[in-house]
Design a protein around this ligand. Sequence first.
Ligand code: F6P
Length: 505
Amino acid sequence: MTDREWAALEAIETRPILDLFKAEPDRLSRLCIEEAGIRFDFAKTHLTAAHLDAFVTLAAAADLAAKRDALFAGDPVNASEGRAAEHTAERGQGAPESVRRAAGLHTRMRALIDAIEAGAFGTIRHILHIGIGGSALGPDLLIDALGRDSGRYDSAIVSNVDGAALAEALDRFDPTATLLVIASKTFTTSETMLNAQSALDWMEVGGVADPYGRVVALTAAPDRALEFGVDETRILPFSESVGGRYSLWSSIGFPAALALGWEAFEELLEGAAAMDRHFRLAPPERNAPLIAAFVDRYYANLRHAETRAVFAYDERLRLLPPYLQQLEMESNGKSVTVDGAPVGRATAAITWGGVGTDAQHAVFQLLHQGTHLVPVEFVAVTEPEHGLAGEHHTQLLGNCFAQGAALAAGKASDDPQRAYPGDRPSTTILLDRLDPATLGALIAFYEHRTFANAALLGINPFDQFGVELGKEMARAIDSGGDQRFDPSTEALIARALGPATSEDA
Ligand code: F6P
């Protein structure tokens, strides 16, 4: 039970952010952490020294250290599904047996990449990666962030079952020069299976004599991939204990490793491993993922903020917000504790966001003058990597830092329309450069922050039963069976999909 610790937290006085800089002279050094080429600046939040102490006490009462040890030891921390969550083993941090198994699977993945590079599949110019959720968002983020200049392959990550998504890639690609990558942990996800079948048909019509000979499957269910028709030499398995939204380090990262090169993929894993060590070993008051989770809990539970916004001030990180939406909302969007009891307090905030500076001209009005409290996170990179650096980058970073300063300072005015209340919180995450190692560390930071949030709340971040009911109903609608729905849904089905099954409204 942690009620006493939460009550202690609620009793701590809240003070304006800028006053805290005066009241706590060491605030900046205490709330800025430098790790793995990243500066995490939590100083412009309302977290006081007293809050930090009380959160450290809460973490102890919630057994966070023991839960973290269990995660790295490969214990069954995903209690509802009776299995471990071993994404850290993919980067060499975990139970020795799991680390060995992951390394063996990586070796296999590398051998296939070497064979493709050596021309074993003929000329490959396009990678068509089909997957959804965790089987798409990670590779998409990696390739978009790091693969802009690599020019090795033209790749498309197709997830939506809307044929318009697949058609766009098919129109662009030459079927005879395409490698089809089917990514699905379960190898049963209906969107992925339909898209994969349509892509195979397209290859056949396009003159590929043996379309299955150009397929690579990434899955924790190799038997199903085999049954689907993929040759076992081109099935890259990963462990069942690696969760979908934590899987980019496993064979799910294959298109990124192919597009960016194996060395880059290894650097990504090493960067994540550095963050793993930091999360495991740094004391709570200097532990970046843990302090980030304290900030999350402060705003969600003590200040009742319902959302948190992430703005990437770097075009290469534009897919970070959608990646984090799955990581944070699918992991911690729960209402019951690991024991099935009502959790009794707000869990995951709604993650949303966008790209700076674009977002400044669209949604920042609400952040500066609206009625909602929205903790904001800025993610920026010190070194640009494009030919137009100079003035562009100075303006980009200047805007990013100005937004954080303006949110905190506000501005008084006699005219209420023109007044800024200020005292609005933000966190700034500043990467030295965007390279594979730093991106690996950044993503691992978010994973551990998500885990730490779950540990403080006593919930399981590794299951996602909430997505099942909708899938079940979609199957029922698709099959045209006997299941009946509410009148509104029945009318929609009748109008768009077929003859009325009930009173047509
Ligand atoms: O529907 C949710 C989900 O199960 C995610 O957790 C997962 O990342 C995604 O679907 C895709 O699942 P799979 O990799 O098994 O196709």
